[in-house]
Design a protein around this ligand. Structure first.
Ligand code: SIN
Ligand code: CO
Length: 374
């Protein structure tokens, strides 16, 4: 018998081949018996925090409004037509992090966050499309999704959120707890709560090339090395002093064309960029950190686990963690890639760490990037 995954009867390979980026997919009972990982009140408390991104979307008296968090005064539960969206719940809650990690048949570099939405009866964020793939997992109550493959993605003007001007859905599904809907990027959809409901969105990250290009040029400023200074020993008198001469342009062009970048530069940039924590993420190290020896003695007995907030990636002999990069030898790479992939390093493996890796682990522990397993 085939093992059931959270993609129902589909294997990750089948799902990626037939649906990913291509067409929607409803997976009934993707997670049988699934229920909210956080109670409603805990979610509301989270939305009131300064370090949590949230939005309140209301459609009272037919008027769309949106308010960014912290959310200190939510509408009454009995009032219809409102939705609270809490972003990055995985950064703050172990169970939410564990749920997000169940999607690790997709690369960490693509996985973004777990967003939880709470909606009062009839609540929703209106018909829209997203620029990213999304899995919409129903956690509580019923949500009615209407979706369509329309190409007219014109948005309404003068509203504080993205609402399609013409929404022409062709399919409708009621999702119950444990059911999941996958939508490819730019697929029109609208989810409306049938009674109070909670939906979990597993979101993906797809940086625009413009964003990558701008960040890459900033990254490259650190490695540019152009010795010398502009000089014009053969300068002759001009009657057009305001003109930039062809000779000046040629000399500067020749120098700037020396700025080259290699695939290795791009690999370092990409790893640092994709592992950089979001602006709202703060790490807290231990108040009284153990010394290196004591840390390794304990970690060698219990193992270590990455913090929920840590993003660790690798490529070749390069290791990236929270925006920093390190070049390592093959043995260290073997160990650190286990930590990066599984987000834990067993006691047995931790005990085999080289001096370099032990120092790195200790440094990351002191910064709150990883913890000794309890
Ligand atoms: C929601 O969960 O309310 C909205 C999610 C979405 O439509 O992308
Ligand atoms: Co959406």
């Amino acid at each position: 018998m085939k093992k059931r995954t959270l993609l129902g009867d589909l294997t990750p390979a089948q799902f990626l081949k037939d649906y990913w980026h291509k067409k929607p997919c409803v997976i009934r009972q993707a997670l049988p018996g699934f229920g909210p990982l956080l109670e409603r009140d805990a979610l509301f408390e989270m939305a009131a925090r300064e370090d949590v991104e949230s939005r309140l979307v209301t459609q009272f008296k037919q008027k769309w409004e949106m308010q960014s968090g912290p959310q200190t005064a939510l509408p009454a539960l009995t009032k219809k037509n409102w939705t609270l969206l809490v972003q990055g719940v995985n950064l703050h809650d172990d169970a939410a992090d564990a749920l997000l990690r169940q999607f690790n048949f997709l690369p960490d570099a693509r996985l973004d966050d777990l967003m939880i939405s709470y909606a009062s009866d009839n609540g929703g964020v209106g018909p829209h499309f997203d620029s990213y793939d999304v899995f919409l997992l129903q956690a509580q109550g019923t949500r009615r999704w209407r979706i369509g493959a329309q190409t007219d993605l014109t948005l309404q003007q003068g509203v504080p959120l993205k609402i399609l001007k013409h929404f022409a859905p062709t399919e409708e599904f009621d999702l119950e707890p444990g059911d999941m809907l996958y939508l490819p990027p730019h697929y029109a959809h609208e989810g409306v709560a049938i009674g109070e409901c909670m939906t979990y969105s597993i979101g993906f990250r797809a940086p625009s090339f413009q964003e990558l290009g701008e960040a890459f040029l900033t990254f490259m400023t650190d490695s540019i090395d152009l010795p010398g200074r502009y000089a014009d020993p053969a300068l002759t008198a001009t009657t057009r002093p305001a003109e930039i001469s062809s000779a000046m342009l040629a000399q500067v062009s020749a120098e700037l064309n020396k700025v080259q970048f290699t695939k290795d530069d791009i690999a370092i940039f990409l790893g640092e960029y994709l592992s950089e924590p979001k602006a709202s993420v703060f790490f807290e190290g231990p108040k009284r950190p153990l010394t290196l020896d004591k840390f390794m003695a304990l970690a060698g007995k219990r193992g270590v686990a990455l913090s929920r907030k840590t993003q660790m990636l690798y490529r070749g002999e390069l290791i990236f963690i929270n925006g920093e990069s390190f070049e390592v030898d093959a043995a260290d790479k073997a160990l650190l890639s286990v930590l990066a992939d599984s987000r834990v390093l067993s006691a047995v493996l931790t005990a085999t760490a080289s001096q370099d890796v032990a120092e790195a682990l200790h440094d990351w522990y002191r910064q709150g990037w990883l913890n000794v397993i309890k």
